[in-house]
Design a binder for this molecule. Sequence first.
Ligand code: PFF
Length: 421
Amino acid sequence: MDTDIKSKRGGWGSNFGFLMASIGSAVGLGNIWGFPYKMGKSGGAVFLLFYLVLVVLVGVTVMLGELALGRRSGKSGVSTYRALSKKYTWLGYAGVLCGFCIMCFYFVLGGIVLRYAVGYFLSLFGGSTFAWSGQGTDFFGYFLTDTKSMILFFVLYILLNIIVVSGGVHGGIEKFCNIGMPALFCLLVFIIAYIACQPGAAEGYKFMFRPDFSVFSDPNVGFGRVLKNAAGQMFFSLSIGLGVMITYGSYLGKQEHLQRNAFIVCGADTLIAVMAGLMIIPAVFAFSGGDPDTLQAGPALMFITIPKVFASMGLGTVVGVLFFVLVLFAAVTSSIALTESAVSTFEDELGWDRKKATVLVGVIMVALGTLSSLGYGPLAGVTVIGMQFLDFFDFLTNSVMMPIAAIATCLLVSRVIGVDK
Ligand code: PFF
């Protein structure tokens, strides 16, 4: 979204344009893929409770801080921190590094979503690429270990991003957001309503909304893990702690209401996350023979449970195409924010032109992301602190880098600049 706007550094066309761009960056795989599985693994309703409190107390504050810093300086992350205090320039670079680490797994997941979208589309024509009915689990397991396809779709997903970012995204993506985001919302409502009518779904609602504090004494969950997972998810989902919202704030007019904007973006993001939970968690109970252990399928949940739901529907293939295409666009509107922030840093800091910067970012993404992409195939035995590459990058960014950067940003605002300003 930055591309064209940046060239006429005047700012967003309207506050609505800013909101669409910011919500587009926030709503992505973190909501639809990440939130339900983290909730499933971290105590259901207790996780939701922690998450909501953290969004209100921390998320809105950090979002507001980043927007305010950006609007005040009129510059992107690294330059903003440098202008405010030389001592905090590292924060800008840490944000860019964190963005790269997110790309390492986000683009691999984007590739998987792309594969599912293409697969559903082909099966509309009776293609034999999929034998979906009842075999969602098998297909996902097979696909993860199919090295060539994993790499192919991962690279295709990167290309998709590069085309959008290098060509300018103001018209295309912003226009798409205006239609795609409401369309995704409506489709979620439809799927949620369908699942609500399935026997067994009620157990899912209990899991989501009836807190069971005994999870604190469960050795697999525990207070610390719920807090860590909820906080990590909150930073990731709101896209805060790596300077992206500073850049977006820098294009915001002085007359716009910062607090209201921060509330709207955080509220919309949280709503979509809870809706994704309402779609996937009751479906796990309804379609997995009431076996709550399926929730432990973790990151794979969306790729296993949702195909089962679609397989049980009359027009499941059509719904499948729509669903994965919309999720794909939600993912793209988030990942271009990441790509754009890296590209604009190379432009600003090294004086490179957009094309050169975009190609370099693409090469780095392919090199680093390949590790995650092969983590379930040829590199299955290789782990970092006991995690596959994809899970490791997920953990490193959500649970380590983003919280540290967010705390440092708050310190910068309170100690160096002063809250009054
Ligand atoms: N918030 C995005 C999601 O939930 O999928 C991920 C993300 C996008 C994180 C952009 C950070 C960012 F700068």
